[in-house]
Design a protein around this ligand. Structure first.
Ligand SMILES: *Cc1c(COP(=O)(O)O)cnc(C)c1O
Length: 375
């Protein structure tokens, strides 16, 4: 902003959590009040009901509420027996939690480059990274678009690898008619407030059809407690609380319509922007739930500056791919190792998207992008 210039336009945020709260306020406040009066705060009837409803929604046998998706990934790897010295293949273009979980169990995160078009892990790159130490693969359904699960499952079967789906951004997405999270051995979800299904605090969930995995994670999340003050192994504190579960149960009833709204917004953005910048592509056999609407342009900086001057928020997810993060310096990667992830990191820009965003606002945002690019 130039000196002395007065800006009185309200900024269009990336996300407005208060808009959703206003619509659900009486229901949510009632539910919270009931819990405060019940005196039951951690792992209780609401967590159990949410687990049952989430399992049903996904058409799987088991679901377990946890403290976060980071924990969901960590405890899944642990329950699947991934350990020190093992290798786990994942994408370098994701939030760091995906790869951190691999490091937590002492395994080595091995990156495989992404597809230019979908920004998801490229199955043909996975196969090149397999060694005798490879034990699992973690595809991420980035920005809400399912990864290539048929190809990934086929590779997993061929090399006897476990598959953990990172569904943190993809609650309700579908691949060939199946909900994201129910194709792999385990599906991991985040209820971080900004996710498509968000709590008012941290929260996470695993879903699985495997009873053994379910039972292991159920123990691990609560200090491996087998009976009061009896512990069968070193466990963790990764429990979901009743207040978050009650809030999530209310929102779960609306998730399909929330995702539908996101898809409408995406459709309008794409109609307006498609000939000017690269828009997200929804592959024909999937339902993308647009956790983010991410465009791609060599003029990203100009677009972002112009949006900023016109009171429109935008965010770069992600500016640095994981193989170039300081945290993973010990893996010894250098620039050029994953060219698709690197060029995505240079060109992507995510625009505001949330179910309550008005189509008029979407139109205004798209017009600003067009003005920048067309000069
Ligand atoms: C948000 C996110 C996570 C971590 O979820 P938390 O619930 O915050 O731990 C993991 N993976 C991806 C892809 C994410 O976007």
């Amino acid at each position: 902003m130039r000196n002395g210039e007065i800006k009185n336009k309200t900024t269009i945020p990336m996300l407005d959590l208060r808009a959703q709260y206003r619509l659900l306020k009486p229901e949510i406040e009632n539910a919270i009040k009931e819990i405060l009066e019940s005196g039951h705060f951690i792992l209780g009837p609401n967590v159990e009901a949410l687990e049952k409803e989430t399992a049903q929604y996904h058409g799987v046998k088991y679901a377990l509420g946890l403290a976060s998706c980071t924990d969901a990934l960590h405890l899944s790897l642990k329950a699947l027996g991934i350990k020190n010295g093992d290798e786990v293949i994942t994408t370098p273009f994701t939030f760091i939690a995906t790869a951190e979980a691999i490091a937590y169990v002492g395994a080595v995160p091995v990156f495989a480059d992404i597809h230019r078009e979908t920004l998801n892990i490229d199955p043909s790159q996975i196969e090149k990274k397999i060694t005798p130490r490879t034990k699992a693969v973690i595809p991420v359904h980035l920005f809400g678009q399912p990864a290539d699960m048929s190809e990934i499952s086929q590779i997993a079967r061929k090399y006897n690898l476990k598959v953990i789906e990172d569904c943190a951004q993809a609650f309700g997405a579908q691949y060939k008619g199946f909900r994201s999270g129910n194709t792999g051995d385990v599906g991991c979800f985040s209820f971080y407030p900004s996710k498509n299904l968000g709590a008012y605090g941290d929260g996470g969930m695993v879903i699985t059809n495997n009873q053994e995995i379910f039972e292991k994670i159920k123990l691990l999340r609560n200090h491996s407690t087998t009976a009061p003050y009896r512990h069968s192994s070193i466990g963790y504190n990764s429990r979901l609380d009743e207040i978050q579960a009650a809030i999530l149960r209310i929102k779960l009833r609306h998730i399909d319509s929330y995702n539908q709204k996101r898809r409408e917004i995406a459709r309008l953005y794409t109609t307006m922007l498609n000939s000017t910048v690269q828009c997200p592509v929804e592959l024909p056999d999937r339902i993308h739930v647009y956790h983010q609407y991410t465009i791609r342009s060599l003029n990203r900086t100009e677009i972002q500056n112009f949006l900023n001057e016109n009171s429109v928020s935008s965010v770069i997810y992600y500016p640095v791919p994981l193989h170039l993060q300081e945290a993973f310096k010990y893996l010894g990667h250098k620039e050029g190792n994953f060219p698709e992830a690197e060029s995505a990191a240079r060109e992507v820009l995510s625009l505001p998207i949330y179910p309550e965003l008005q189509l008029e606002q979407v139109k205004f945002i798209a017009e600003q992008v067009l003005k920048t690019v067309k000069g």
